[in-house]
Design a protein around this ligand. Structure first.
Ligand code: NAP
Ligand code: MG
Length: 499
């Protein structure tokens, strides 16, 4: 297939429709300029203070858009995790566990307001550290994180309605580990309900994206949160394992890969710890022939390419009704030609940087497997920056259920397209996966939406839209996508015991 540059040189006098899209003009750079206020070095946040790790060891956090070092992050060892749990237990017994809900609400409200005050700064820090486009962190991650604190502030003095007719009590200290794809948002999902319920927290962010977590520690301190209520221990998998297996933890909440989730579950089998697991996904986005096709195409693009496909509920499998399959594929190809791939800090960027070299290698290997197994690959000829980790938006057509790209999570900007003829075939194919986190349905028929949302084994089913979130709406998986819910009343139930 000729590259776009080659196409330009052989351009016919009246360009074919697809070339009109391919020849989009370039925009001038439009970088977001807010100061992310980064420190050269970040310590652990334990007992309300920033403290050096006992080992004295630090690791680098880099900007995946250009591979430059952003800051040094403390590496927490088992001793530091012990200190964090001891602080959390003290706080639970002496301050937080004794505060009435209406007082806890004030802290949560204050955290939300302080985060809003510093929203632009946090958005830039999130984009620099993780690689997601600034328009995502500015318009989604940071406002949604603040929304979670506001929402749970609203619950803290109304907890008797979480389980009407029952008395509830906090669990104590909870251990939490989160991934790199939504560093600040996953943190909000974890700590806001835990605090509203009266628990104290020890949390480990992902190794590649610790910065906004440690910036949030500044907000917790400025909000006057009592020392030890929330503690952040940074580090890699070993630190995470120490957080999950700590004897003081009454509950552990994990968001990450199914593989690591299984390791944690095995290691905790037989203990009395409560657990919630938010794991991987391989969502089906299902388009029927009566769907509003242009709207569906936008939803498919939003579902898999924005945020580089680094989304657990990404619509990574497109199931399209045969009568419209060709039309949808042609429109998708045209659309991905005009996605702007590049520097995530630029306000025009649609697809930013892949979070790490390791993740880029995984995506590259999965795409190679798709080609090897016989699926048809399409990528636009966009220019990628010479430094940093980038991957072209990729569409595979002619995919069958046995292909790895149809079964395994890729966690990158890669869409696998399959077709179906009947409603039952669509349901069968969508459910034919080890995962069950989310799904999308595009159709004009309300009755079909109801049937699909009943029969699809997925925690969330979006209808004629995709990737929409709200703190009031519980989120979580079926099957190997995990168990437990985050958000809504159901999310709070996972942070209390019924007494
Ligand atoms: P991951 O490799 O499982 O890592 C997740 C977190 O666990 C990181 O903080 C990681 O630390 C830590 N960790 C690694 N090994 C551990 C161990 N043995 N014990 C305890 N903690 C350990 O996942 P990821 O690659 O960061 O994230 C992508 C995955 O998260 C995808 O599968 C995605 O679907 C899933 N996800 C699910 C949801 C959901 O709500 N269901 C939401 C977002 C993401 P390091 O960073 O140091 O490795
Ligand atoms: Mg980083």
């Amino acid at each position: 297939m000729p590259t776009l540059a080659e196409k330009k040189t052989t351009r016919p006098s009246r360009p074919a429709p697809e070339l009109i899209f391919g020849d989009l003009w370039e925009f001038d750079p439009a970088p977001e300029t807010a100061d992310p206020k980064l420190k050269p070095r970040y310590d652990l946040f334990i007992d309300g203070k920033f403290v050096a790790p006992k080992s004295g060891k630090y690791f680098d956090s880099i900007n995946p858009a250009n591979e430059q070092k952003l800051a040094e992050i403390a590496l927490a060892g088992r001793d530091d995790v012990d200190a964090a749990y001891a602080a959390a237990q003290r706080a639970f017994e002496t301050t937080w566990g004794k505060l009435p809900g209406r007082e806890r609400a004030k802290y949560l409200y204050r955290i939300a307001r302080l985060l809003q005050d510093r929203a632009r700064e946090f958005a830039v820090a999130e984009t620099l550290d993780g690689g997601k486009p600034i328009k995502e962190s500015r318009d989604f991650d940071v406002p949604m994180a603040a929304a979670h604190f506001f929402y749970h502030a609203g619950w803290a003095d109304k907890l008797e309605y979480v389980a009407p007719g029952r008395r509830i009590a906090p669990l104590g200290v909870v251990g939490q580990v989160i991934p790199w794809n939504f560093p600040l948002l996953m943190l909000a999902w974890k700590i806001a309900p835990a605090l509203a319920m009266g628990n104290c927290v020890v949390l480990k962010p992902a190794e590649t994206t610790s910065i906004t977590c440690l910036k949030l520690a500044e907000i917790l301190r400025d909000a006057g949160l009592p020392p030890g209520v929330v503690n952040f221990v940074t580090g890699a998998g070993e630190t995470g394992a120490a957080v999950m297996s700590h004897p003081i933890a009454a509950k552990v909440a994990f968001t990450g890969s199914t593989e690591v989730g299984k390791i944690i579950m095995r290691s905790l089998a037989g203990t009395e710890k409560k657990m919630t697991m938010e794991l991987g996904g391989k969502a089906a986005n299902i388009v029927f022939d009566d769907a509003p096709i242009d709207q569906a195409v936008e939803g498919i693009i939003n579902g898999i390419f924005f945020n580089q496909g680094h989304v657990c509920c990404a619509g990574s499998r497109l199931l399209v009704h045969e009568p419209v399959a060709e039309q949808v594929l042609a429109k998708l190809k045209n659309r991905i030609k005009v996605l702007r791939v590049g520097d995530p800090i630029d306000k025009n960027t649609d697809v930013g940087a892949i979070n790490s070299r390791e993740q880029l290698n995984k995506i590259t290997a999965m795409v190679a497997s798709g080609v090897k197994e016989g699926a048809e690959l399409f990528q636009p000829a966009c220019k990628l920056p010479s430094k940093g980790f980038y991957f072209r938006p990729t569409i595979f057509s002619g995919v069958s259920m046995s292909h790895r790209i149809a079964r395994e999570e890729i966690f990158g900007p890669v869409l696998s397209i399959l077709t179906f003829r009947t409603v039952d075939e669509a349901i069968e194919k969508a459910n034919n996966t080890a995962y069950g986190l989310s799904a999308g349905v595009w159709t004009d028929k309300g009755s079909r939406i109801l049937k699909m949302s009943t029969e699809l084994k997925a925690g969330v089913v979006w209808a004629n839209t995709y990737n929409k979130f709200d703190p009031t709406s519980p989120f979580g998986g079926y099957k190997e996508s995990g168990f437990g819910r985050e958000g809504g009343r159901q999310g709070l139930l996972d942070y209390c015991k019924l007494v």
